[in-house]
Design a protein around this ligand. Structure first.
Ligand code: PGA
Length: 255
């Protein structure tokens, strides 16, 4: 019922030239894949090139971040309309690197989520606890705050249409992915809260990706979980072959 979404977050990697080669290859590799939504998030400079190469393929394009402002004197910022104009249909918001390194808060992320939806971009809203928070028994409290404040003011329909990425911070780029049991617990918790706060239809429709050291050899165990609706992939999404293996693993297990 929920189509799994597999996204590669390239972070600050790849020139336009590299992006073009990757997307061309991926586009032809995924020609016969069905049952999964495929997304790549290039850096801003490669967005239009990647989108152009992805045209008429099953590959969708995401921004990695954006401004909450429409336009104006905001040096270095990119608006939702600019992302759309460059060919994006999704935007990653509140990635833990943005929270940690650039001071993004649930309130600032919430403004971006509203701005993205107003521009008809699909937000991929990242949530997740740090190791200290997990070890301190704070996982549920942190997720609750990030969801409540990050999605504040949205309608059930809007929540049903977006993607949440559960990315435990201790699993990102560490090679230490959450076990299926840990992912299952967090994803079920998130879905329960969505049901309480935004209604059953929103909770049933909203896709919850897992992110954090997803690799070709752990995707099948994760995607088999009833509340895991895809993956947000960092390191293993940089090589087209390993990203394709992850897509294939998810497609073969697609419900
Ligand atoms: P990783 O990154 O797959 O390299 O752990 C995930 C992410 O940051 O979204």
């Amino acid at each position: 019922m929920r189509v799994p979404a597999i996204a590669a977050n390239w972070k600050m990697f790849k020139t336009t030239h590299e992006a073009l080669a990757y997307v061309r290859e991926l586009g032809s590799l995924v020609k016969d894949v069905s049952g999964v939504e495929i997304i790549i998030a290039p850096p801003f400079t490669a967005l239009a090139t990647a989108a152009e190469a992805a045209r008429n393929t099953a590959v969708g394009i995401a921004g990695q971040n954006m401004s909450a402002e429409k336009e104006g004197a905001f040096t270095g910022e990119i608006s939702a309309a600019m992302l759309k104009d460059a060919g994006a249909t999704y935007v990653i918001l509140g990635h833990s690197e943005r929270r940690k390194l650039y001071g993004e808060t649930d309130a600032s992320i919430n403004r971006k989520v509203h701005a993205a939806l107003a521009a008809e971009l699909i937000p991929i809203v990242c949530v997740g606890e740090t190791l200290e928070e997990r070890e301190g028994g704070q996982m549920a409290t942190v997720l609750d705050r990030q969801i409540k404040d990050g999605l504040d003011g949205l309608t059930g329909d809007q929540v049903g249409g977006l993607i949440i990425a559960y990315e435990p911070v201790w699993a990102i780029g560490t090679g230490r992915n959450a076990t299926p049991e840990q992912a299952d617990e967090a994803h079920r918790h998130i879905r329960t809260r969505l049901r309480q706060w935004f209604g059953a239809a929103a909770a049933d429709a909203c896709r919850i990706q897992y992110g954090g050291s997803v690799k070709p050899d752990n995707i099948t165990g994760l995607i088999a979980l009833p509340d895991v609706d895809g993956a947000l992939v960092g390191g293993a999404g940089l090589q087209v072959t390993s990203f394709f293996e992850i897509i294939r693993g998810a497609a073969s297990a697609a419900r």
